[in-house]
Each structure stands twice: as C-alpha cells, then as structure tokens.
Design a protein around this ligand. Structure first.
Ligand SMILES: [Zn+2]
Length: 305
C-alpha cells in the first residue's frame, strides 16, 4: 500500500508547486518612462468622483497647475474613483462626468494608474477594470493589483478593500461586487503571496505601496486591523531585509534612516511626489493649492547610519 501512496503524494506536491508558480507570475507589470535625469514626478489622489461637485473641480484645477509646474509623468488614483457606488456599467456617464470632463488640464493628460476603493466595489467593479474605458479615455488604467516600474522606484498597487472583514460580515444595506474576489481566502492569500514575492524580487531603490485603506491612521476610520494583521507582516519582512528600520508604519519614524518609503494614501486634496535616485519629496496640497505638509527622505543618508 505504501508503494502506491508515495507517487500520489509527490504528484500532489508537484501540482501545488505549479500552482504557486502560476500565482507568482500574476501581478501585471508596467514600465513607465522617466525623465532624462532619472527622476519621476507624479500626483496622487483618492476619493474623488463626484461629477465635479464637493470641491472635486477645485482640486482638479489645482492639480492641473501643480502638474504643469512639476511636469508630472503620471497620476495615481488610490480608489473611490466614482461615488457613491462606483460605475453601473461601462457606459455609465459618470465616467465622463467625474473623470474625463473634470481632469481637463493639459498637465493631467497623462497616464492614470488606478485601483479600486470600497465605494467602487459597491457598483460594477468589473466595469472600471474593463479595457473599454481605456478606449473611451486612454488615460484610464484600473487594475486590482499591479506594479509600475519607473526608474529607481517600483510602485506596488494593492487591492485593499477585500481585506476588510466588515464589508463581508456586516455590509449593512450595501451590496458589494465580489466577482473575481471569491473565494475570499484564496484571493487574499494569492494577493499576499504576489505582493510578497514581488517586493522581494524588486531591486528598485524605492518601493512605494499604494492602496485605498490606510494601515495606521489617526482619522475617523482608525487603523485597519486586517491590513496590519495580513499585509504588514510581508512588508515588514521586506523592510527588514532591506536593512531599514521598521517603525515607519507607526508614524514615529525618523525618516532619515529609511532607504525605502512605504506609503498609503487615502485623503482629500492631493499629493505630489518627486523621486530621484537619492531623494524622495512628497507634498500634500489642499483644495486651494496650499502646501499643507512636506515630507522628504534621502536614501543616501542611510549609508551614514
Ligand atoms: Zn473609501
């Protein structure tokens, strides 16, 4: 009997290994050209699609001005792209009313890299992911999780909404579009594996993680326990292997001893970033175009520690 069992077990292990390898290759990757000096400049927003209302147009106007001054290379959208419940379908006029006809400044006619937020999952999530939207406005690119290589920085876009237990266990009167996400545990473990492997494989000087939900936040939503429990360990692992400190997530870090940045953005207004081989500078703008906060870090200073 034992002679018969052994080949079965080996076959099972082989299949599992094959499945893992397929999973590893799953995150889509894009290479974005950078400036001649190797620097990359971008704007980032989240929580925006309100048909121009609720200051969306004001923010868009300021983005246009800052985008021109900086000559940005692309724009990042961290989700909640269309309120209140995402898009109805690919032909939903909200796509034009909240995106195409709002971000009209010449400097914003660049590639947009977008992920989904929880409000996007309340509508037809697949519609936002559809290539048909890209045909209607070629700036649009929305994928659940993916990677953008841009010079000395790798951006890891992570689909954070499915990590939130409450949307599954207590959706209240909301209906979420979980097509492509179920079974949830499989989806999450696959995603974590993908991100983990990709972070480890990345040889970029800077690694930026973009997601819709904050990991640690002083805001009303507070910390996102599921992200801390599930996503943080793999990021920390990567963090430690890179030789930096690990307290950046806690908000009490001295940024000068980092040679990486881990960033979650989920705010009003917008953010502008410039990353070179040696430095990263991030500015937070309000709806009037004032810089509320500026944060910078130097990768080179790490070598002094
Ligand atoms: Zn949200």
């Amino acid at each position: 009997m034992a002679m018969i069992k052994c080949p079965t077990i080996h076959l099972l292990l082989y299949v599992l290994a094959t499945v893992v390898m397929v999973v590893v290759a799953d995150l889509q990757r894009f290479k974005h050209p950078v400036k001649a000096d190797g620097s990359v400049r971008f704007l980032a927003i989240g929580d925006w699609g309100r048909r121009g209302l609720y200051n969306q147009s004001n923010v868009a106007y300021q983005m246009g001005k800052v985008g021109e001054q900086m000559d940005v290379d692309f724009i990042i959208s961290a989700g909640d792209n269309f309120y209140d419940s995402g898009l109805v379908d690919e032909d939903d006029p909200a796509f034009f009313d909240s995106f195409t006809n709002v971000y009209t400044a010449p400097s914003l006619q660049k590639q947009w890299y977008s992920v989904l937020g929880n409000h996007d999952y309340r509508g037809n999530a697949l519609a936002q992911l559809s290539p048909k939207l890209r045909q209607m406005d070629n700036r649009w690119l929305c994928i659940r999780s993916f990677i953008v290589h841009a010079g000395s920085v790798d951006f890891f876009f992570v689909d954070t909404t499915p990590f939130q237990d409450k949307y599954f266990t207590n959706p209240e009167d909301q209906i979420y579009d979980w097509r492509g996400v179920l079974p949830r545990e499989d989806y999450l473990s696959k995603l974590l594996k993908d991100v983990d492997v990709s972070l480890k494989e990345s040889s970029a000087k800077w690694k930026v993680v973009v997601g819709h939900h904050t990991m640690y936040s002083a805001g009303t939503h507070g910390n996102t326990k599921e992200l801390v429990d599930k996503l943080l360990p793999i990021l920390l692992l990567q963090f430690l292997t890179s030789g930096g400190g690990s307290k950046a997530w806690r908000g009490d870090i001295n940024p000068w001893n980092l040679d990486e940045m881990k960033f979650y953005y989920d705010g009003q207004g917008f953010m502008a970033g410039e990353i070179t081989e040696s430095d990263i500078v991030v500015s937070f703008y309000d709806i009037f175009g004032n810089v509320l906060h500026k944060w910078s870090a130097s990768g080179n200073m790490h070598s002094a520690w």
